[in-house]
Design a binder for this molecule. Structure first.
Ligand code: GLN
Length: 283
């Protein structure tokens, strides 16, 4: 007879053998996901019997993780801003660092028309629409497959967001109060140095920011005069070493009140500014 505990022990051992960092934790998450149990339930009844079939199926998930497939792609979900997002290999897995971007925008999003460029899973715009009382929300991506994940997320989370297939602004019309984006920003030559989980499984389209990593910032910031209302806000996620270059692009485009915000690790992560100055200061 097999038990939950046998499965977990075997799962941990296999992940360890395959050199998966934090393998013990991942073995637990996959157990919790597959058997729909929480930690307390497991601790109370670790020796509950499971069928041979269940044991085998759980190990199938473990084998996937052994191949460095990210946990979130195996479970098909990732928590972000306290919401549960569906993810597939067609979208970047929402990162905790990106919550800093959303938190910053939430300070001013109430009653605003918001445009999210490179929306991917839709995690940013859906969180803002749900938690930020926006007036309207539009998410844009060039990838049809990403958009179908984003639409599925909006449906599941019962959030009213319009999604648009567009190469940044090509299909965008009108002006917005807020433009927000976490665009691909990794310089092409750095992609081969990323973790196997990222470089072999996450969409390269969502990572590659061209030779200097700034390609998308240039396009997004160039569009400010056409797509951002006067006094509108722009919020961008950046890499730890891009604050200076992106600030310069923002200043050249008439953005003022530029501020760089750090992530939980204390690294520059978000940059925000306002299109043309108003008397009142940014709160
Ligand atoms: N906006 C999405 C996210 O932050 C996707 C970003 C991307 O594909 N670069 O997760």
């Amino acid at each position: 007879m097999r038990t939950l505990e046998d499965a977990l022990i075997k799962g941990k051992a296999l992940l360890k053998e395959n050199g998966i960092t934090e393998g013990d934790l991942d073995a637990w998450y996959l157990l919790s996901h597959y058997f729909h149990i929480n930690r307390a339930q497991y601790i109370m009844h670790p020796r509950i019997a499971i069928t041979e079939e269940q044991y085998r199926r759980y190990l199938t998930l473990i084998y996937k993780r052994s191949e460095h497939i990210p946990l979130s792609y195996i479970t098909g979900e990732q928590e972000f801003m306290g919401l549960n997002f569906h993810v597939s290999e067609d979208v970047l897995i929402p990162r905790q660092d990106t919550e800093v971007l959303v938190e910053e925008a939430l300070k001013v999003s109430r009653g605003k028309e918001v445009l999210d460029l490179c929306t991917g899973s839709g995690c940013i715009i859906i969180s803002l629409a749900r938690l930020g009382r926006t007036k309207s929300a539009v998410g844009v991506d060039i990838s049809k497959k990403a958009l179908s994940v984003a639409k599925e997320n909006a449906r599941r989370l019962q959030t009213d967001v319009t999604f648009l297939e567009s190469d940044i602004y090509t299909q965008v019309r009108g002006k917005y109060d807020i433009i927000i984006s976490n665009p691909p920003y990794i310089p092409t030559r750095d992609i081969s140095d990323l973790m196997e989980e990222v470089k072999n499984h996450e969409p390269v389209l969502a990572l590659d920011g061209s030779a200097d990593g700034l390609y998308f910032y240039r396009i997004i910031i160039n569009g400010v005069s056409q797509f951002l209302k006067p006094d509108g806000y722009i919020f961008l996620e950046i890499s730890y070493n891009q604050a200076e270059a992106v600030s310069k692009l923002l200043r050249e485009a008439g953005i003022v009140d530029i501020k760089v915000i750090n992530d939980l690790a204390g690294l520059n992560r978000v940059i925000r500014g306002r299109y043309k100055k108003e008397e009142e200061s940014f709160t």
